[in-house]
Design a protein around this ligand. Structure first.
Ligand SMILES: *Cc1c(COP(=O)(O)O)cnc(C)c1O
Length: 376
């Protein structure tokens, strides 16, 4: 056995979509990106969606659009991937790390209240593993304090919470299509908002400062009525090379159609894990999973003898991981304070188990049997 922790799921359809992009000989920023953006906008119910080459880029631009004064503070959970907090540093802002709720592992609303001060300008809730942050409580609190809210939705895509999709509760939502996520474009990301005014410069910011549709220009290039000044553009904002391209968007449009099926499969696997791991000594599920309600990117457990169990699973050909080492104890971020005592200790118990849409029944049973045998 050699069971991977994460694995993208592809078929002939993705290959065909890539071939079509080749046949058009248009693989940069183009019509497929626009089509994918429209699909994502309809799917989330957001007023505007913009395609990027990663969620890291989305998080960077999400903070950048507010043009916060240098040195202001942004509240971010310690338990997240590097990018959420790196985006704060890219913008010359200061991360304030917030501890986790002991049960859900999402950002702790109590610690949020404790860590807030008048210099805070934004909060970045992460729907960790796909489990929703209680946005109906966080939003009124953030509004009362005048904080902007950026949702890191890298672990969710299609998660409905209290009738509204995760990603459209705050000011901006950022999704990831990196290969370990719920659906993939190789690398890719999407940012959404219900306030298009916020995004008025985003298309220029993602494409080296240019806000122009080159595909449309190319289509009408040789028409007599086409202005010979078609090449002209103005630079008004500092842009980055962060655009999604048509190759990625072509793959994304196919994966998007498969997303409901992927999510359903992941939910079934999590239900099998939960049933199979019930009442085992020394281990509990990572969080209160509700797989029939929400899609999850990650399944994990908390184990008393974490390292020994991990080594045992490795020896049996089962890949595991730990998501994550809390950022407040990473050397890069340590100077901002090692001040999230619960999660800094609790993360030592985390084991992420294999979860992906192609995981076979026999593999799930093998993982469960291996854990059970070890605990006997
Ligand atoms: C993967 C991930 C990101 C970054 O996504 P990319 O598309 O790889 O840039 C950000 N936040 C979290 C929580 C992630 O898991």
């Amino acid at each position: 056995m050699n069971i991977r922790l994460f694995k993208p799921s592809f078929g002939e359809e993705e290959l065909q979509a890539v071939k079509e992009a080749f046949d058009r000989s248009w693989v940069g920023l183009g019509p497929k990106v626009s089509e994918f953006e429209q699909a994502w906008q309809d799917f989330t119910g957001a007023k505007m969606a913009v395609g990027l080459n990663s969620a890291t880029a989305a998080l960077h631009l999400a903070l950048a659009v507010f043009r916060f004064p240098e040195g202001k503070k942004v509240l971010v959970p310690s338990l997240t991937f590097s990018s959420t907090a790196s985006a704060i540093l890219y913008n010359r802002l200061v991360p304030v790390f917030v501890d986790s709720d002991p049960v859900t592992l999402g950002i702790s609303l109590e610690d949020l209240e404790r860590k807030y001060d008048k210099n805070c300008v934004a909060v970045m809730p992460v729907h960790y593993a796909g489990h929703p942050v209680p946005m109906e409580k966080l939003m009124p609190w953030a509004r009362e304090k005048g904080l902007k809210v950026i949702e890191d939705c890298a672990h969710t895509a299609g998660g409905m919470y209290k009738g509204k999709m995760l990603g459209v509760w705050g000011d901006i939502g950022c999704y990831s299509f990196e290969e370990k996520k719920l659906m993939t474009t190789g690398d890719g990301g999407m940012m959404v908002t219900n306030d298009p005014e916020l995004f008025k410069d985003v298309k220029a910011m993602r494409w080296v400062g240019i806000d122009k549709d080159n595909w449309k220009t190319a289509q009408t290039y040789t028409q007599a009525d086409q202005d010979a000044m078609h090449w002209y553009y103005e630079l008004n904002v500092l842009g980055y090379k962060y655009n999604m391209n048509d190759l990625a968007a072509s793959i994304g449009l196919v994966q998007f159609k498969k997303l409901p099926g992927f999510n359903q499969k992941r939910s079934q696997i999590i239900r099998q894990y939960l049933d199979g791991l019930e009442n085992l000594p020394g281990i509990i599920p990572l969080l209160p999973y509700e797989p029939e309600k929400y899609p999850y990117q990650m399944f994990g457990i908390r184990a008393d003898n974490r390292n020994e169990l991990m080594i045992h699973l490795k020896s049996k050909g089962i890949a595991t991981g730990c998501h994550y080492t809390p950022l407040s104890i990473q050397p890069l971020f340590e100077s901002f304070g090692r001040n999230c005592p619960f999660i800094e200790k609790e993360a030592d118990r985390f084991i992420t188990l294999p979860l992906h849409a192609d995981l076979a029944d026999a593999e799930i049973i093998y993982v469960l049997d291996t854990i059970r045998a070890y605990l006997q």
